[in-house]
Design a protein around this ligand. Structure first.
Ligand code: 5GP
Ligand code: ZN
Length: 219
C-alpha cells in the first residue's frame, strides 16, 4: 500500500538519481521528501531490518541504535546546512558583512563569522508517523512550501507532535507517547518564528509564513 512507499528506497537506493537519494551506505539511506513541507526537507531511513518496521518510539529504545541514528542525523544536518548556505547564503546579511570584510584592503585579521545554518535545521520524528518505514525528518525551519497544504501539515511540524531526535530516549510518562489525547494537530496555529497566533485561519498563516520566509533567508 501507499504507507509502504519508503521501502523501495531502502531496498534499492542505487536505482535512484541524486536528486531523489541524496546518499546511501550499508546502514542508512538519505532521501528528499517527495512532498516537502519546508524549502529543504530530507528523510533519513535506517536500513536495519530489525528496526525499519518499528514505531520510532520503540526503535529508539535501543540505545546503541539510537546513538547511531543521532550520529547520522548530525551528518545530514551538516549536509543540509551546506545546502541552505548555497541556496540562501548570498542573501543573508551576515554573509554580506563577511564578503565586505574579505574584500577590504587590507582585509581584517579576524573575519566575522558566517551564519550558522545548522541552527536553521530541525531533526525529529512524528509521534504518529503516516509512513510505515522508520524515518527521521531533517528539514529547514521555514515551513515554507507549496506542499504545505493542510492544517495538519503545519501542526505536525510545529507542535509537540514533532519529537526532536535529541529528546530521545523519552521518559516512560512523556505525554507525547499519547499524542491523540493531547490533540496537538488540532491546536491553534502559531508562527514558528514570531509566535503570532492565527487561530485556525490557515490562509492567513500561509501568507504570514511567506513573509517570514523572506526575512529569515536574509537575516
Ligand atoms: P510521516 O508523517 O510518516 O512522519 O512522514 C512521511 C513523509 O514521507 C512525508 O513528509 C511525506 O511527504 C513523505 N513521503 C510520502 N511518500 C513518499 C514517497 O513515495 N517518496 C518520498 N521521497 N517521500 C514520501
Ligand atoms: Zn511570524
Amino acid at each position: 500500500g501507499v504507507r509502504d512507499g519508503l521501502g523501495a528506497y531502502i531496498n534499492k537506493p542505487e536505482t535512484y538519481t541524486p536528486d531523489v537519494v541524496a546518499y546511501y551506505d550499508e546502514d542508512f539511506v538519505a532521501i528528499h521528501d517527495m512532498f516537502p513541507k519546508s524549502s529543504l526537507h530530507l528523510l533519513l531511513l535506517p536500513r536495519d531490518q530489525t528496526k525499519t518496521r518499528l514505531h520510532p518510539f520503540d526503535a529508539f529504545e535501543d540505545a546503541e541504535f539510537l546513538a547511531n541514528v543521532k550520529a547520522e542525523t548530525q551528518k545530514l544536518r551538516t549536509l543540509a546546512a551546506g545546502e541552505l548556505r548555497r541556496k540562501y547564503g548570498k542573501d543573508s546579511a551576515q554573509e554580506q558583512t563577511r564578503q565586505a570584510a574579505l574584500s577590504a584592503d587590507p582585509p581584517p585579521d579576524e573575519l566575522p563569522q558566517g551564519r550558522d545554518w545548522e541552527q536553521e535545521i530541525v531533526v525529529g520524528v512524528h509521534a504518529v508517523p503516516s509512513m510505515n518505514h522508520l524515518h527521521v525528518h531533517v528539514l529547514s525551519v521555514d515551513r515554507y512550501s507549496e506542499r504545505l497544504k493542510h492544517r495538519k501539515h503545519y501542526n505536525s511540524f510545529s507542535t509537540p507532535f514533532f519529537v526532536p531526535i535529541d529528546d530521545f530516549p523519552l521518559a516512560p510518562d512523556d505525554e507525547r507517547r499519547r499524542p491523540t489525547e493531547a490533540g496537538y494537530l488540532k491546536r491553534d496555529f502559531a508562527c514558528w518564528r514570531c509566535g503570532k497566533g492565527f487561530g485556525n485561519r490557515f490562509a492567513e498563516l500561509k501568507q504570514h509564513l511567506e513573509q517570514e520566509f523572506r526575512d529569515w533567508k536574509k537575516l
